[in-house]
Design a protein around this ligand. Structure first.
Ligand SMILES: C[S@@+](CC[C@H](N)C(=O)[O-])C[C@H]1O[C@@H](n2cnc3c(N)ncnc32)[C@H](O)[C@@H]1O
Length: 218
């Protein structure tokens, strides 16, 4: 994990000490996860449609693992890795994916967006559906995401829209802006991405596909 502490980054707390709305825990957290899965089906389907045909995939904030399940079942996903700081989500998704009994290799880490410790160019697609607003260190994470993408790879980000008054407690300052779409676009462009597609999926979700351009393997 990076050792810098930007002002954006809240002090790291154990998952159980974080608000349910950010890191679900316990039986209530389980319920929150399933409700979100129902609400996010369209956003997850949109993300799946934008996966390249053959891909090593990383998902940031996989929640109950609906998209992970769809990735593994779809075929063409060679390897699936995911991070989520919620202990209950990691445990239940591990069971959910194992129950599929598929050959595709998967790896789940209990971590927030600061724990993306894979080697450069490990992935062809990086997915984040309704987790960007929770990222602790969006600028550093976007740079890391750029490094993790192989040449020609893409970031598929579905941003949760919060209307004109986003909650002040959201950790990611780009998502606390009145125009959250502009905030996300600015964050991506500043980090060296170019946006190849973007569209409103529904009133809660805004989908972006972006490629990283300042690529340097040295
Ligand atoms: C709104 S849910 C979305 C889950 C899933 N992607 C979906 O569409 O149903 C957000 C998820 O992000 C996770 N999360 C919270 N803070 C995070 C962070 N800093 N980095 C990555 N994931 C985070 C939560 O534990 C939760 O599972």
């Amino acid at each position: 994990m990076p050792d810098q502490t930007p002002s954006d980054m809240p002090a790291q707390k154990p998952a159980g000490a974080m608000p349910q709305s950010i890191v679900p825990h316990g039986p209530v957290g389980r319920l929150i996860g399933w409700v979100r899965e129902l609400l996010n089906w369209q956003a997850n389907n949109w993300a799946l449609l934008h996966l390249p045909p053959e891909a090593r995939v990383l998902e940031i904030g996989f929640g109950t693992g609906r998209l992970a399940t769809m990735c593994l079942k779809r075929g063409g996903v060679i390897y699936y890795a995911g991070v989520d700081p919620s202990h209950i989500m990691v445990q239940s998704v591990r069971r959910r994916l194992a129950a599929l009994k598929l050959d595709t290799r998967f790896e789940l880490k209990e971590s927030d967006d600061r724990g993306l410790d894979w080697p450069d160019a490990s992935f062809d697609a990086i997915l984040a559906v309704h987790s960007f607003h929770f990222w602790c260190d969006p600028e550093a994470t976007l740079h890391k995401v750029g490094r993790l993408l192989a040449p020609g790879g893409r970031l598929i980000l579905v941003q949760r829209m919060h209307g004109r008054k986003p909650p002040a407690w959201l950790p990611n300052s780009f998502c606390r802006e009145k125009d959250q779409r502009a905030g996300a676009r600015r964050a991506l462009i500043r980090a060296g991405f170019s946006i190849t597609q973007d569209r409103r999926i529904n009133p809660r979700s805004y989908g972006i596909v972006a490629e990283y351009h300042r690529y340097d393997l040295n």
